[in-house]
Design a protein. Sequence first.
Length: 254
Amino acid sequence: MTDRLAGKAALVTGASSGTGRAIALTFAEEGASVTVADVRRDPREGGTPTDELIEESGGDGQFVETDVSDVDALQTAIDETVSAFGSLDVMVNNAGVFPGLQPISEVDEEDYEWLMNINLKGVVFGSKLAAEVMREQGDGGAIVNLSSIAGLNGFTDSSLYCASKGGVANLTRELALELGPDGIRVNAINPGVIETAMTTEDEEVAGTMLEEIPLRRDGRPEDVADVALFLASDESAYVSGHNLVVDGGLTAGV
């Protein structure tokens, strides 16, 4: 532990499981007080809830039930963070869903609304509400959004997912311009295939790209968490508006 986030308060959406869980635990190990915001407290992969693990290791953590498609719920999570920890310094818009491979011919309006409300609307309003608090605090802040390599490149039978993550990628660039004068840095992480309970449940996706990945392994949640730590910490004090790819080299030749 190096206390790279000592004295900081962070909110991580979708932090009960997978990548969000790894980010929350990494932040806590580095001294941050962390709000675990998710629709469920129990991890999809089983085990001790994230907020309990943080507390057991001597950190400050809390769970706030949060549906990121509900703006009022996002506001509550932010309010609870400030109430418990005194500030909001880092916002990680991690919560997202992957519908599996789905050609455009099979997409209907219900699919669109479900996915966009979580993957894009949740990031738009998570960023908006976090920025309002950070502006009022006057000390700047860091917003880290989770996009995807599917937000930078097209992938067959992934039209809605690509559209939602492409929105996150470009929103990140715009917000860096808009919020920069307030000292608020906005960056995105664009992971490739990451081994989580959500991705391994989909047999069409799990392990299918292994031969194409130069590093010859799928990513781990900790690979993304380490990048999130960099983007949240002062080590990236002059980095904003960047979409950082974490994919083992998969898209290097695209």
